[in-house]
Design a protein around this ligand. Structure first.
Ligand code: ZN
Length: 557
């Protein structure tokens, strides 16, 4: 058989469990036609390349990214970071800055809620230092903010405005009056106002920057988890990717979604995801998934818990209950669509698991929806084996597994969730060993220098649960020790499988991608060194020497 090229004398990790290692592969018309040892090459005729023992992996699949939120942040000034130890000093800092920089339409600042030491900030206090312009103070987690009266008025938000999701996404009130502080979905439109004015050029410039990075690191497929409350921006970004694909210029497989954040928008979202499926259906750009925001984040205690938070005794709330999840699943089942859910706290993943259980009971053999529960910071012990039992994919973001709570996360987390839970976060190995499908992701919303988007950073921290001076990460992310428990560390093989074949299964593309197997798309990466035996510390510095998508070399020579 005449073929495009033959690679031999390589060390290939195929991610195909029946044939995990090989030394040769053959590519014809963008697909692998042979994978095995050199003895099998005699049937093929074409250019032969001796790789001299180089290492090959399948193209990587990042199973939860935010291409579109990244575009939003690319053009959203987060403001001046206020790094003061007390509320009074923070207020003085902002007042001083405003005085020294007069005439702006909007002043933007960011700070960690921890700086307030339990106090809060009101719109009256912000009005006092900024009476004539807009003022937005973003909380560092990006899931809440404080604004002055000018911004509330511009958005028509009054004491009578209903909360999008009581207990999760809401306007903080005191004696029935809104204070100017809001959480989650209630806060995002104020942060991103102006985002609908982005030009096509701004959108394409940002996405091309993202694509360029993906090619460099060898990410050949992604699930895009969308831009909450901004499906319109999503649509414009996807339209650009679709047009690139039509021109044969999209070198990454993009699986998108439509985002649902609050129950009252359920009907609109179901229609939206069906419309997206019709609109975005080219070779490398598809949509077949509804994405739901089930809860928030741990640091501002909007993640939903089974056991209450240690310091405040609250549990947070989920956006939907199990019955509603089951209802949504029935609709998705009928339409042939899938579900992906943001689930940080133990109650959020439980509500998904309960909803799947209910839907399966009702639909029996007809049930077919692929469900992914993403983030999974904390799980209740009773739920750990239910991912496998119910066929729910567990998606983790391994670069957080160093603790993601400042330099000393093991001191940081007990205040929020107590010692026991603080010592058993991110239980990916337990869930993997229970037989569930586990996938990995970067889940960063800022493009920046793309360091947090690196699969090699994720692989390092997934293996070590530590970001130290040997890691290719910002100094601010370093931690003083490995984050427990050590039993949740993964092996390099598990990191690779989660980033390849498991990701393909989550996206529903395992028939054509995710492993180096005859008949599949020739997406593969060539490394100068053996990744299976590479040092775990400093693994983040790795990068492929050559990246192939559909058999074609994509990165620069
Ligand atoms: Zn996300």
């Amino acid at each position: 058989m005449k073929v495009d090229y033959i690679l031999k004398n390589a060390k290939i990790f195929t991610s195909n469990k029946n044939n995990l290692q090989a030394t040769s592969l053959v590519v014809k018309d963008g697909k692998f036609v042979y994978v095995g040892d050199e003895a099998g090459l005699s049937d093929y005729e074409g250019e032969v390349i001796d790789l001299g023992g180089k290492f090959i992996l399948p193209g990587l699949i990042d199973s939860h990214v935010h291409i579109t939120t990244g575009v939003g942040f690319e053009y959203t000034d987060l403001g001046v970071f206020v790094l003061c130890p007390t509320k009074k000093e923070c207020m003085d800092f902002m007042a001083d800055y405003i005085k020294k920089n007069p005439g702006l339409k909007r002043y933007r600042f960011a700070m960690s809620r921890a700086s307030l030491n339990g106090e809060d900030i009101t719109k009256e206090e912000l009005d006092a230092i900024c009476p004539n312009a807009e003022l937005l103070l973003l909380e560092a987690e990006v899931h809440s903010n404080w604004v002055n009266s000018k911004i509330l008025a511009a958005h028509g938000i009054t004491d009578d405005t209903p909360d999008p999701v009581p207990g999760l996404a809401y306007f903080v009130r005191k004696d029935g009056h809104i204070t100017g502080n809001s959480y989650e979905t209630a806060s995002w439109p104020m942060l991103f106002d102006g985002i609908n004015d982005l030009t096509d050029e701004q959108i394409s410039t940002a996405i091309l920057r993202w694509l360029d990075n993906s090619i460099k690191v060898g990410v050949c497929g992604v699930f895009d988890a969308g831009f909450p409350e901004h499906n319109g921006v999503n649509e414009r970004c996807y339209a650009f990717l679709r047009e690139l694909d039509k021109q044969g210029k999209l070198p990454v497989y993009v699986d998108g979604c439509y985002v649902l954040t609050q129950p009252r928008k359920m009907k609109e979202a179901l229609e939206g995801v069906k419309r997206f499926r019709e609109e975005f259906n080219t070779e490398h750009m598809k949509v077949h998934t509804l994405k739901i925001f089930m809860d928030g984040t741990l640091k501002i205690e909007t993640a939903a818990m089974v056991t209450p938070y240690e310091d405040t005794g609250v549990t947070g709330a989920t956006a939907f209950n199990a019955e509603q999840v089951a209802e949504i699943l029935k609709e998705l089942n009928e339409a042939g669509l899938d579900l992906h859910v943001h689930t940080v706290g133990e109650a959020a993943s439980r509500v998904v698991l309960d909803g799947v259980e209910l839907a399966k009971k009702e639909l029996g053999d007809k049930y077919r929806v692929k469900v992914t529960s993403a983030h999974l910071w904390v799980q209740d012990d009773a739920d750990l084996d239910r991912f496998a039992k119910l066929g729910v994919t567990a998606n983790f973001t391994p670069w957080w597994h160093a603790g993601n709570g400042g330099p000393n996360p093991i001191e940081y987390w007990p205040d929020f969730i107590g010692e026991k839970r603080a010592h058993s976060m991110f239980r990916c190995k337990t869930i993997w060993d229970s037989g569930a499908l586990v996938t990995w992701s970067s889940d960063e919303v800022f493009y920046g220098d793309f360091k947090n988007w690196s699969p090699y950073l994720a692989m390092e921290v997934g293996m070590t649960r530590w970001i130290n001076e040997k890691t290719d990460a910002s100094e601010l992310q370093r931690t003083v020790a490995a984050f427990p428990p050590a039993s949740e560390r993964m092996s390099i093989e598990e990191m690779i499988l989660g980033y390849t074949i498991n990701g393909a299964k989550q996206l529903g593309i395992e028939a054509t991608k995710g492993s180096i197997e005859a008949g599949k798309d020739a997406d593969f990466l060539v490394f100068d060194k053996d990744m299976l035996t590479a040092e775990h510390e400093g693994f983040s510095f790795n990068k492929p020497a050559e990246v192939y998508f559909g058999g074609k070399r994509m990165n620069e020579k």
